[in-house]
Design a protein around this ligand. Structure first.
Ligand code: URA
Length: 246
């Protein structure tokens, strides 16, 4: 693949912009013996997952599809057009937001949404079929939430969450796949579906109130401790298998 096409596919702008970056000497690529300067946009490169190249001194591994993990801080909306708070997408580098897509929306998209005030684990990708699969109600990926409650928890509330509560948009009761009071005001709740404000509405249905919400695990993968709020990183194949159960 030509070097300018590689950069284009990875979100560095139009082919013209990518050609300009290369001609101006901002790009290095590993042609087999480590990173070397390359100022020819038409340079043929043997492209493969993880191919190392750098743009303006920043190392970027080549990924045909982008799969990234973000530790969402509070105060960000999971929307490209937020209404009151900054968009979560501003936490990502422009290249991840600009990766060309066939659809109208460019770049990686969040798999499901977290509320503005919720913190924790979020997967983003430009793999449309994966977003569809992981968001589908039939794909029961368990998600673990650490819930801080306003009122002290009691055994009755925990049992009702396990038995199922009726929310106003669904005649069928929704139940927690697992639910444990870790402390007086700390509930660990596992859900396998993702209805709008589900945790907050479930807690309200049992007469309590959520005052803090953090997603600590998706599938079999916990949020890595070294990924601090606002930070992102690439997801490895092994982690992907833990996340999706495949
Ligand atoms: N449930 C909620 O109520 N909010 C979230 O952000 C996620 C799950």
């Amino acid at each position: 693949m030509q070097l300018q096409d590689i950069l284009y596919s990875q979100g560095f702008g139009t082919r013209r912009i990518c050609a300009g970056l290369i001609q101006q000497g901002y790009v290095q690529v590993d042609l087999g013996n480590g990173l070397v300067d390359c100022d020819d946009p038409l340079q043929e490169v043997d492209v493969h997952e993880g191919l190392a190249y750098s743009v303006q001194g920043v190392l970027w591994p080549y990924h045909a599809k982008a799969y990234v993990l973000l530790h969402k801080p509070a105060g960000y909306e999971c929307s490209h057009k937020p209404s009151a708070w900054p968009s979560l997408y501003t936490l990502l580098p422009p290249a991840l937001r600009q990766r060309p897509q066939k659809s109208a929306v460019q770049g990686v998209q969040a798999v499901g949404r977290l509320d503005q005030d919720t913190t924790g684990m979020l997967v983003l990708t430009d793999d449309g079929p994966l977003i569809h699969r992981m968001s589908s109600p039939r794909h029961h990926v368990p998600k673990v939430y650490e819930v801080t409650t306003d009122d002290p928890l009691d055994a009755k509330q925990v049992q009702r969450l396990l038995d199922g509560v009726v929310l106003d948009d669904s005649p069928k009761p929704v139940r927690a796949a697992a639910c444990e009071a870790v402390a007086e005001h700390h509930l660990r709740l596992t859900l396998t579906e993702g209805k709008y404000h589900q945790v907050k509405r479930m807690l309200a249905a049992v007469g309590n109130k959520v005052v803090g919400l953090h997603r600590s695990q998706i599938g079999a993968m916990p949020l890595p401790e070294d990924l601090k709020p606002g930070q992102w990183r690439w997801i490895s194949d092994e982690e992907m298998a833990l996340l999706t159960g495949k």
